[in-house]
Design a protein around this ligand. Sequence first.
Ligand SMILES: O=C(O)c1ccc(O)c(O)c1
Ligand SMILES: [Mg+2]
Length: 621
Amino acid sequence: MPLPKSIATVCLSGALPDKLEAAAVAGFQGVEIFENDLLTYDGSPEEVGRLCRDLGLAVTIYQPFRDFEAMPEPQRRRNLDRAERKFDTMQALGTDLILVCSNTQPATLPEPERAAADLREMAGRAARRGLRVGYEALAWGRQTSLWRQAWEIVRLADHPALGLILDSFHTLARGDDLAGLEQVPADRLFFLQLADAPRLSMDVLSWSRHFRLFPGQGELPVADFLRDVLRAGYRGPVSLEIFNDEFRAAPVRRIARDALRSLILLDDAVRAGAPPETVPAAPLPAAPQLDGLEFVEFAVDEPAREQLAGLLGTIGFRRAGLHRSKAVELQRQGGVNLVLNSEPDSAASERFEMFGPTVCAMALRVDDPERALARAQALLSPAWQERVGQGEQRIPAIRAPDGTLIYLLRRGTDIWADDFHLHPAPAPAVPPLTGIDHVVQALAPGHLDGFVLFYRAVFGLESEPVFELPDPFGIVRSRTLSSADRSLRLPLNVSESRQTGTGRFVSAYAGAGVHHIAFATDDAAALVAAAPDAPMLDIPENYYDDLAARLGLEDAQLGALQRGHLLYDQDGQGGSFVHAYTHAFQDRFFFEIVERRGGYDQYGAPNAAVRMAAQARQQRK
Ligand SMILES: O=C(O)c1ccc(O)c(O)c1
Ligand SMILES: [Mg+2]
């Protein structure tokens, strides 16, 4: 049996009953009741305790109890009286554990013996009522800011009702680790809180109060931390304590589901090396081996289908097949398949009715679709089954967090011959595309961390740190997820401004969606030269002047780039990147042609501002 999963009410939005219900529906077994959530609620602690029991939730802890230890008199006495009143609340709630976080007051005395004596007194009073006290080092505590200091005080106090509480954020944010934890007797480890975070350079209090993330969304080694705690013998609940401004503002059910998904993934990450009784008996089905995108599907109607086929035709796409029973056509250029779906009464038409022309599905080639689907389901992403015609293939699918369908195809199988009448394609007039290099999605603010967790968890993608890209009308934040072999690359863009290209796209779609698709080629200049009708985005001369100055390109190379409206980037290891953009289709999504040379592994971020300014000009024409 894995350890019980718990979540602090502070992670979730809404009134206290909404938080509790969301935690229970997601599948948590316990909750930490945050004092503020109780104080602001108009029901008694008894009612809250009853509600938790009715929902099948244990109240794992009541917290926080602040600024208690090592205070001079008369605060010392007052604090002990205050503790008695909190014990009453705990008994009404039905929990036996209170979290005392280390004192942040300037008046606290620099005397561990005093802190220990006060905690011992509090623990003695708690024990008389069958209650316990846990002591946690806040990273910004006045005298106690490291777990080893907190342990030293607990050890000195030496009371069976007093133990240590560990919180991954406070330890990892300080660059500290758990070396030496095995010296702490396991029955002194009272509680475990987990939180991840992005690496930020700011004061640790603000970082902790606003930017914590669920494990797997950030950059801290939370799995290693958990493994160390389990190895030290801890057997209590594993509890998420995430202070995050976006989570507090988001729909509570969505955040609660992300929370549980993060713990399911974490259980699996620590399997190797964790005591077997602390993790689920069955491992998660392994993440799929990915082999790129077999197709991307657009929801269109007849006029949009014709216009989109027209735009694609300028870069060499041709109609290569028609579906046997549905209004669906296959457009193909080299190794790229795009499906244009105008079938009424389908998942695609539903998307089209809501949003207009938009990407409604992506198909991933995987080693084992059934295993990939089982993993997705185990990670709380339900299967989706599209209506199929007689004799047609059933393709397993799941839905991305924005509702986009993700089909799972067995790599190496031909999915086209059964369902499509295929036409022999005429020899292309332009150099062939070799595949889909990347697919960029624009997300509504507040959705990035949930998407990152979904793709990391379900598909085992790796994520890169956030880039900030300047659009003329605001900042676009971009974080890329990709498979280790780079056969799948998914940059995710978010903008707080509604005026940026990303922001306008998101408001037009009232949500998230594919904002652009980059096609790979071996020779971008040749492709653009052979596609004179392609509406390529104009790039200002200043850009090429700067390129010459910055990178010292030769005149011939510079001239070729400029003629082709091509952008250029280099990495420090001899790799380079040549890319160009089409105009947007109906001011919605657009296409990019990319050529990677010499192992270049980025996305031309230095050129993003030039591209976004050119698109803003284009949009105003
Ligand atoms: O930010 C705080 O004050 C705070 C309170 C309680 C905790 O458990 C914690 O980790 C932080
Ligand atoms: Mg904590």
